[in-house]
Design a binder for this molecule. Structure first.
Ligand code: MG
Length: 383
């Protein structure tokens, strides 16, 4: 079975400040979530994204990736579907038409609708209506009828069709400007359309409260609301002749280095203590007792590896790490970028989650006299 999809994201309604499909939701735009749900399914060979002409070029650039092609929106929803459909391969068996503003669609819903369409020709995922429906005169607001609720279902997307069924509906009703879904055109052609019963999570983002609910549902899917914990770390080592200087997992030039039973990397030690602090897991001295000979000369990266294991065990992730080195020499500024990159690499996080900075000690005390280097670190961890 060859399956392709059209995601309709050409609406220009600005009820919520900008078109709803481009509102941001948990770090992505609404349409990116919608698109991702389809791209996550290996059996979907092509996804056509239909975009409005006003932001076509810019949005296209952002959404471009393998298996995605683009079409320009029409004046109506059906016009957009028609334009998207032109990009569907001749030999596709099933075409899925999805609203760009339904970011919560799941693999299960897509697959169930596709399977049903392959079997019966046309399928619409829908949920039973929960509220009692009232027929109301739009101006006077008087209720004229209360239909039996049990026969009503709320249609969602992706609506899925055998290619020839959709093609017939689109070509027989070229001027169906008012149609709000393709299914009604397919029905008008005399084809039977089957409902695929689903829940109501696959909501359409239309009102501001929909975005709040969508966010909550996504959060729930990712294991519920996460707590942020903060930890602090500090370390100081003597600076002596004849040792290599290692800071943040990076070897810095110079004749002096930090004395310690390890490589003396005060930045990694402080950072590790900060992470352990956030986890409520003590400090590195408990994981690697300095008096234990088997840890003599241990590379600080191995200490970090152990700390990362603790993060994984706690199902936590490092949100960010900020360190302040206190040193008189060497000058740290030229090494900020290299140390930052190294810190990100050692802790296996993107660059933007770490920061490295330094202060001199204004000639005060041992650090000020260049006899030692200290480091403070703060880590935020998502639990
Ligand atoms: Mg240390």
């Amino acid at each position: 079975m060859k399956v392709e999809a059209v995601i309709v994201a050409g609406g220009s309604g600005t009820r919520m400040g900008k078109p709803k499909q481009f509102l941001s939701l948990a770090g992505k735009t609404v349409v990116e979530w919608s698109l991702q749900a389809f791209l996550d399914l290996p059996e979907i060979e092509k996804v056509v994204v239909v975009l409005g002409p006003e932001d076509f070029r810019e949005r296209k650039k952002k959404l471009s990736q393998p298996h995605v092609v683009f079409a320009e929106a029409g004046a109506t929803r059906m016009g957009s579907v028609r334009n998207g459909f032109k990009q569907i391969s001749e030999d596709a068996d099933v075409v899925a038409i999805h609203d760009g503003a339904r970011p919560l669609v799941t693999a299960e819903i897509i697959r169930a609708a596709v399977e049903e369409a392959y079997e019966s020709g046309a399928a619409v995922p829908a949920s039973r209506v929960k509220d009692t429906l009232k027929k109301v005169a739009s101006k006077s607001l008087w209720i004229s009828d209360t239909p039996t609720r049990s026969s009503f279902w709320a249609a969602q997307t992706p609506q899925c069709y055998r290619r020839e069924v959709l093609e017939e509906a689109l070509s027989r009703f070229p001027d169906a400007a008012a149609a709000t879904d393709e299914s009604q055109l397919v029905e008008r052609c005399g084809h039977k359309v089957r409902v695929v019963p689903v829940g109501s999570e696959n909501l359409k983002v239309t009102m501001p409260e929909d975005l709040i609910m969508a966010e909550a549902i996504l959060e729930h899917r990712q294991g519920g609301r996460r707590r942020t914990a903060v930890g602090f770390g500090f370390d100081v080592h003597r600076l002596v002749e004849g040792r290599e200087l290692w800071l943040a997992g990076k070897k810095l030039p110079g004749k002096k280095g930090l004395l310690g039973h390890s490589d003396g990397d005060a930045v990694l030690h402080a950072a590790c203590d900060a992470v352990l602090g956030a986890l409520g897991a003590g400090e590195i001295g408990l994981l690697f007792p300095p008096e234990d000979p088997k840890f003599k000369g241990i590379a600080s990266r191995e200490i970090v590896a152990e700390v990362l294991k603790k993060l994984v065990e706690a199902k936590a992730s490092l949100a960010n790490l900020d360190v302040t080195i206190v040193a008189e020499e060497p000058k740290m500024k030229p090494h900020y970028a290299a140390m930052r990159a190294s810190l990100a690499e050692v802790f296996a996080v993107p660059l933007e989650r770490v920061n490295v900075k330094a202060k001199s000690h204004e000639g005060l005390g041992e650090i000020g006299k260049g006899q030692a280097i200290a480091c403070h670190a703060v880590a935020a961890v998502l639990l």
